[in-house]
Design a protein around this ligand. Structure first.
Ligand code: ATP
Ligand code: MG
Length: 338
């Protein structure tokens, strides 16, 4: 039997990078799962508050993110979909694992180093939760005895840490209660920002033009793609080192195309070699729009269906609590807390 777990922060409407890098994979896994596979997908609101959030905004984003998970095709009868803070075992296991996790290892995490680079070492402003975030992430995965975690490339290091924590815990307490899970990285593992193509596309980036939201209309998609940073080199070529902007658009075009499995990316590059930037960008915008227009339409209906969203969240919380309680009990036993 397999257990698939993954999460997304309710820190804004999911973007094309989230979709191609993670969410689409969640749906594929669900749709191809055999009956002995458990699927668990979380809106990780406890992670969202590692940076300051406006309470009203956070509440709204939680609702919108849930509507989006349904709009992309997750089925609450097949997948457990829940808000992380509705399942206290996540935070509880995190504390127990915190007592095992090495601060040296945490300090070397790329995401921590990136997020703190701007603060110039002023540790007064840096929050403990941001530092220990990977421990909570480890708890998220381990508390459901996950076997596989589908995520984008930026989470690979955190999952390596989760495996380390699981193995360390088992070793220390001479148990096998925690499973070290496998990471599943999707082919579109790192969609880059449209305005700064050497950085990944992010929900939390200040410039809204840097990302295509799954709710963007066709016109908005077109205008964002049109404004995407490229370069002044003639023609269309694929060269991520020298031409990060153009190459990112190629990656987006390739991965958003439903026929991607019928041909390889080199063929697509060859086809487009002779096009102008305008025609190339039009093709990218058309393909992205086609890939997400049904999601957008379903989302518009779902987001207003408050009663249904609440039912889904309650049902998800109940099942996720059940799944987590069993592990937590054994962990407490192993440690001597129970
Ligand atoms: P934030 O800026 O708030 O961290 P985010 O865009 O990084 O937002 P997360 O909620 O942190 O989104 O991540 C959700 C999932 O999307 C993770 O599996 C992550 O690896 C994946 N992901 C995020 N950004 C990208 C991207 N640009 N390309 C591919 N996958 C991505
Ligand atoms: Mg992120």
């Amino acid at each position: 039997p397999k257990t698939i777990f993954s999460g997304i922060q309710p820190t804004g409407v999911p973007h094309l990078g989230n979709y191609l890098g993670a969410l689409r994979e969640w749906v594929n896994l669900q749709d191809n799962a055999t009956t002995d596979t458990t699927l668990i997908y979380s809106l990780v609101d406890l992670h969202a508050i590692t940076i300051r959030q406006d309470p009203k905004q956070l509440r709204q984003w939680k609702k919108e993110s849930l509507a989006m998970l349904l709009a992309i095709g997750l089925d609450p009868n097949r997948s457990i979909i829940f808000h992380q803070s509705d399942v206290p075992a996540h935070a509880e296991l995190m504390w127990i694992l915190s007592c095992q996790a090495s601060t040296g290892y945490l300090g070397r995490m790329t995401q921590w180093k990136d997020k703190t680079a701007n603060e110039k070492g002023s540790s007064e402003k840096l929050k403990l939760g941001l530092f220990s975030y990977p421990v909570l992430q480890a708890a998220d995965v381990l508390v459901h005895r996950t076997t596989h975690v589908p995520v984008g490339h930026d989470q690979a290091q955190h999952l390596e840490f989760a495996r380390e924590v699981a193995n360390g815990f088992n070793h220390t307490f001479e148990t096998d209660v925690l499973f070290a899970p496998e990471t599943i990285i999707s082919p579109a593992k790192r969609v880059m920002s449209l305005t700064d193509p050497v950085a990944k596309m992010s929900k939390s980036h200040a410039n809204p033009k840097s990302r295509i939201l799954l709710t963007d209309s066709e016109e908005v998609i077109r205008s964002k793609v049109k404004a995407a940073v490229t370069d002044s080199i003639d023609g269309i070529t694929y060269d991520p080192e020298r031409r990060p902007g153009v190459s990112n658009l190629f990656d987006i075009l390739y991965h958003a195309d439903p026929r991607r499995n019928d041909h390889d990316q080199a063929e697509l590059v060859k086809d487009l070699q002779g096009s102008s930037m305008r025609i190339f960008k039009d093709r990218v915008a058309d393909t992205v729009n086609a890939a997400i227009k049904d999601i957008r339409a379903r989302y518009e209906d779902l987001v207003h269906d408050e009663g249904y969203l609440q039912d889904v969240a309650e049902q998800g919380a109940r099942k996720a609590n059940e799944s987590a309680a069993a592990t937590l009990r054994e962990v407490k036993n192993a440690v001597g807390l129970a």
